[in-house]
Design a protein around this ligand. Structure first.
Ligand code: NOJ
Length: 508
């Protein structure tokens, strides 16, 4: 299936490219830069929400699923992006926000039955119906409920009060959201990234969470695979009605033990095709034992036998950029690229990580996001000049070193991290072991080195990632395919792994 082999590239449209000169990225700007993504070698684009929205949560509060927000353009612009991407052999995956809408959505006005409302507890129902906590702003912990003035009932919102939760037990909700999927599938969309999709399956009794976890946002605790299962099956049937293997990539964010296994339960032949693994994203760089075990655990949880396939993201629009998160050193950012693209599964790259961007420094008066995630959402620098390819000053400041980190500067330097990504993507495409093969740990790998083999038929690759300050030996019989630090090493016999280096090897 294409979604097993493809590399997905996440675009945060507000910060990708500005075509109309208002300082906010849009669909025209995106279309004008698609050729760069073809040059880079990714296969599919996921666009964070472009729907009509009052932007309380920058598009994750949808007020009309079947229209484009004017800040991004029009439906005709979206059609043009889809057509231009397909022309370049790039697939297009849209964000789909099933759990909640905006409070400005017509459903909120005309279909109160589609939302979760309950009487309160205590005298006069003055206390929220349960102890669930919302995600933004957080901390401090605040109820996931707001009381309505007229009815005296409380409505549920796992995120902002402006994002009321839909009730998926209501047939109108289900039919309405299925119609949204069809609207976009009819326009040629290749699939959806499904926002907090595990949250559509809620405990029907909305029971209090245990004291031990009270105070943690409910969106990372809500884990009801038996309730979500039939709903996901319904969604999957809608997708499967269309030709071309349209994909469902779920954002299933959970905390606690056994995370990969619990997340994997939401995927399979009649559920989501893929669900992100974020355990790698949250792991500290430089702890090779944990990395080795964690990667093996994901591989085992998303096993072929149960029709599962991993999907690893090391960054997105909700987290500090990987370079920032792991200490700011480009050496680590490069090794992380070799690691991510060498894993079994569908990699999802976050736009700008291929440039080795760090988070922008956001002054208090420049902050706009209720979840304090502005730093990783800074605009991409395209050119070396002061405007960096943006016609006017963009909505957020540029990341540090925007001139030397720009696409223009890095395309001109074939030793840049951008070229490393390009080489990795090309080598991955050329090797069935890398894009389709099984994964096995390397027995007896040197201490401090995360190591695994990939194999498919007679094709073999070995991935080595140094997390030690010492040089590590490499057993004989291997040639370097791609090195994280030096392009000229390709084709050389591999004899040692330098500290912090990461390599793809092929049999000599
Ligand atoms: C997860 C999205 O990635 C995040 O950006 C958003 O704020 C929440 N879901 C709510 O939709």
């Amino acid at each position: 299936m294409w979604w097993q082999h493809d590399v997905v590239y996440q675009i945060y449209p507000r910060s990708f490219a500005d075509g109309d000169g208002d300082g906010i990225g849009d669909l025209t700007g995106l279309r004008e830069h698609l050729h760069h993504l073809r040059w880079l070698g990714v296969d599919a684009l996921w666009l964070s929400p472009i729907y009509r929205s009052p932007m309380a949560d920058f598009g994750y509060d949808v007020s009309d699923h079947c229209d484009i927000d004017p800040v991004f353009g029009t439906l005709a612009d979206a059609d043009a992006v889809i057509a231009a991407a397909h022309e370049l052999d790039l697939r297009v995956v849209l964000d789909f926000v099933p759990n909640h809408t905006s409070i400005e959505h017509q459903w909120w006005r005309d279909h109160p039955e589609r939302f979760v409302r309950r009487p309160g507890r205590g005298p006069d129902g003055a206390d929220p119906p349960n102890n669930w906590v919302r995600a933004f702003p957080y901390p401090p912990a605040q109820p996931a409920w707001t009381r309505e003035h007229d009815s005296g009932l409380w409505y549920l919102h796992l995120f902002l009060p402006e994002q009321p939760d839909l009730d998926w037990r209501d047939p109108g909700t289900v039919a309405g959201q299925h119609a949204v999927l069809r609207f976009w599938l009819d326009r040629g969309i290749d699939g959806f990234r499904m926002d907090v999709v595990h949250c559509i399956g809620k405990d029907p009794d909305l029971t209090d969470v245990a004291d031990a976890v009270a105070g943690i946002p409910h969106c990372v605790l809500n884990d009801e695979p038996d309730v979500a299962g039939p709903l996901l099956q319904g969604i999957r049937r809608v997708l499967d009605d269309y030709p071309g293997n349209r994909v469902a990539i779920g954002e299933v964010v959970l905390i606690g033990d056994e995370i990969p296994d619990r997340i994997a339960a939401y995927t399979g032949p009649d559920r989501l095709h893929l669900a992100f693994d974020f355990t790698a994203l949250h792991r500290r760089w430089g702890d090779p034992t944990r990395w080795q075990a964690g990667l093996a655990r994901v591989d085992a949880a998303f096993d072929d036998e149960r029709g599962r396939w991993p999907c690893v993201a090391l960054g997105n629009h909700d987290q500090p950029r990987l370079r920032t998160r792991w200490g700011g050193d480009e050496t680590i950012a490069r090794a992380a690229a070799v690691l991510q693209l060498g894993l079994r599964g569908t990699p999802v790259l976050y736009a700008g990580d291929e440039l080795g961007l760090e988070d922008a420094v956001i002054a208090p008066e420049q902050r706009v996001d209720p979840g304090d995630r502005d730093g990783c959402r800074a605009p991409l620098p395209w050119t070396t000049d002061a405007g960096h390819g943006w016609p006017v000053e963009p909505w957020l400041p540029f990341p540090p070193d925007a001139d030397e980190r720009s696409v223009e500067a890095q395309r001109a330097d074939d030793g840049s991290i951008l070229w490393l990504y390009k080489r990795l993507l090309a080598a991955r495409k050329a090797s069935p072991a890398l894009h389709a093969g099984a994964q096995t740990a390397v027995e007896g790998a040197p201490e401090g080195v995360v190591a695994w083999d990939r194999h498919h038929g007679s094709d073999r690759r070995r991935v080595l990632v140094s997390m030690t300050a010492d040089e590590s030996p490499i057993e004989p019989g291997w040639v370097i395919d791609v090195a994280s630090d030096d392009a000229s090493l390709a084709g050389a016999r591999a004899s040692a792994l330098a500290p912090g280096q990461a390599l793809w090897l092929r049999p000599a």
